[in-house]
Design a protein around this ligand. Sequence first.
Ligand code: FES
Length: 104
Amino acid sequence: MTFFALEQLGKLYDGYQKPFSVAGHQLLLLQLDGERYLIENRCPHMDVPLDRGQLLGSSGIRCRAHGIEFDLVSGKSKGPLADTIGCLKKYPIVYQGTCIGTEL
Ligand code: FES
């Protein structure tokens, strides 16, 4: 496993969302209500990038393509299509010094 630094901790804030391309992985780092999430930057519905999605409440994101909402904690989608759509792919968050990153 190799550590990849993504961002300085001091640059994070509630509402933060930024895509990263790391070692062939498309990642999306987010912060809502002080919680940080690192997910694949891809909507499980039709593979549209999730960056610039609408952040909802304390742990939700709405894809801008068709409006499906996902819970960032469970990764599951909400609504009538929930049983037919896969979950968000989550990545481990790793802290190293003043950086937040991941290990791949
Ligand atoms: S591609 Fe995201 S809701 Fe359809």
